[in-house]
Write a protein that binds this ligand. Sequence first.
Ligand code: FES
Length: 112
Amino acid sequence: MIKRAQPYKRQIYICINNRQGESPSCGYSGSEEVVEELKKVCKELNLKGKIRVAKSGCMDLCAFGPNMMIWPDGLWYMKVTKENIPEIIATYLKLEEGDTNKTGASEIATGE
Ligand code: FES
C-alpha cells in the first residue's frame, strides 16, 4: 500500500448510475451530460491537476439526481444540469482565490 496526500485540490464525483427509468437514477436524469460538460469546462480553463472529475456509483439520494459531491469541501449539489457547470466551477475558482463565501455554492444547488 502507498499512502500520500490527495493529488488534486478538488475532486468532483458525479453519480452515473442508470436504472433505465425503472426507478429514479442520476444516469437516467442526464448525469453523463453533466460529466461531459464538466470535463469540457475544466479542459477549457486548464484545470488539470486542480480539479479531478470522476464518475461514481449510486450515492443513495437517487430522487434528487443528478447528484454531485465535491471534496475536500464536502459540498453536495443535487439536480445538477450541464447549464450549472460554469457557475459551479467559477464558485470554486473564487474559493481558491481566497473568497471564503460558500453561499454561492448553496445558491446554485437550490436554484435560488
Ligand atoms: S442513482 Fe445517483 S444517487 Fe442513486
